[in-house]
Design a protein around this ligand. Sequence first.
Ligand code: ADP
Ligand code: ZN
Length: 623
Amino acid sequence: MSTAHPLAPEPLQVLSEVFGYGAFRGPQAEIVSHVVGGGSALVLMPTGGGKSLCYQIPALCRPGTGVVISPLIALMDDQVAALRQAGVRAAALHSAQGPEQAQAAWRALRAGELDLVYLSPERLLAGDCLDRLAELPIALFAIDEAHCVSQWGHDFRPEYLQLAVLAERFRSIPRLALTATADDRTREDIRLRLRLQDDRVFLASFDRPNITYLVREKEGPGAQLQEFLAPRKGEAGIVYARSRQRVDRLAQELAAAGFDALAYHAGLDPQRRSTVLERFRRDSGVIVVATIAFGMGIDKPDVRFVAHVDLPKSLEAYYQETGRAGRDGLAAVAWMVHGPGDVPQLRRFIDDSDAEASQKAIEHGKLDALISFTEASICRRQVLLGHFGESLAEPCGNCDVCLEPDRAQDVTEAARKALSAVYRTGSRFGAAHLVDVLLGANSEKIRSLGHKELSVYGIGKDLDRGQWRSLYRQLVATGLLVSDPANQGGLRFGDRERVSPLLRGEVTLELRLPLPRREQRKGSQDGSSSPFAGAGRRVGSGSGEGADEADPQLLLALKEWRREQARSQGVPPYVVFHDRTLNELASRRPLDLASLAGVTGVGKAKLASYGEAVLALLAEGSG
Ligand code: ADP
Ligand code: ZN
């Protein structure tokens, strides 16, 4: 490693003194040393994986200023604020700031007083910006959200294409392109367009071990959501729903139930939208109920849950949306309910769009992958990572399938009853009526059709309505039954070669059915008494050891103090200290500055600005 600079600090030293962290994570160490040594690279790392340090530390170790190109203007100021808190000399140049700020930043840049400068691509490419940069010592270029350069990606920005010019104009300066989008096509496109074909690619695991995946069958999404949220009051989270009306209604219901919940969708005026965004970023404990319009460019680290009350449109979208939870590495939950109604609706959206037939086929395929994820009887994480070409050898122990191991059951007998009911009623009714028949209901429809006389009438009382509905849904998902759209979703037999052996009792069928109604009511799911409450704690990545014994009183006092600090400085609270740091403070209770310095997230600068105040608070709290 050739650091042109004799006094250049070592990466590990910067990691601990500036950022307060004890060790690099995943491929960070290798990336940092590659870039410090002058190499360029493409870095693929999931959200929350720690991409920023991959360029921030080399920028501090190499002579000159690190130039970070980011399309997310809204975030730049927070990133700069966070760096300044850590004692790093940083500034931003973007269109949302006044001319004085821009001038001040340029002055500092020319005087060699900046370690890092954040620029929007428009700014970088406008006027004589590149010429001016060419006259200054530049440590590196970091191109964040690099997938924006690809038309295959989900967020193409034409101005990103022009970033290819950096390779020509700044030949000897390392360029680091970073993204959380990992699909092959996008990856190759980034390398091509940013002239990184001959440079290294660093690929981190896309697993997010601190996220607990919980997938539930939809019964009453509003009530289920409240049940899920009840033990989580005061935590920040995002609830995704498909339509604006649903977003508005859910937000109202949650607010009425005492949650700090706000609606966000494209139908609101821009003023209102930015207020909501601002509250979510600055205040802790805000729940945003949103359509997918919300989320891009939010790097709030302490989002504790992402809930889907409707199916997202693909597994990629699901991964991306749930990835907004737990960026700080602390336990977080991705919770989703799905039901039979979701799928036809999503299919219709695809069919009704103006896309070409080939594109529609791709979209249907993506939806199929998502459905198999929701129907999975094997570890959710294995399915999810498998979809992205990564294999996880062991079940994860941190998803609903792993946490409820005994759920797959032999449903052969029930499936035969369900199929018989289809057949005996003439293969034309939907699940609602078929379940009525099996349960021996006394509905108008049953009376008028004479279905009480059928041999299948009332033979299904061993399961409840929710279980039967789920079984029908799964029989459709597995192709044993087909839902006929031309006949209002009436069910008929699918693949005869599979149906017949099942009816004859030659094969068995294993599926997971929802728990019976009564057991669910006991609050066995998702509540604080559930096996999931502490699920994230068992996961390595992140949860500070001893987090379990954090004194709740002390933690509250620390949060109160942080809120006040953040307010007085006009920055988001996590910029002062992350939750993880507060948790560790409340459990380890350091007594002096030396041991305070050993706490995660406490670097030299923060020790100097906050050390005494924190120690005083801790002393008070223990007294
Ligand atoms: P990304 O940009 O990849 O989404 P960030 O760079 O924002 O992720 O990092 C996510 C979180 O992890 C941040 O809170 C960051 O401070 C923290 N982090 C990153 N690297 C480390 C590390 N080596 N040790 C401890 N925390 C880290
Ligand atoms: Zn699992």
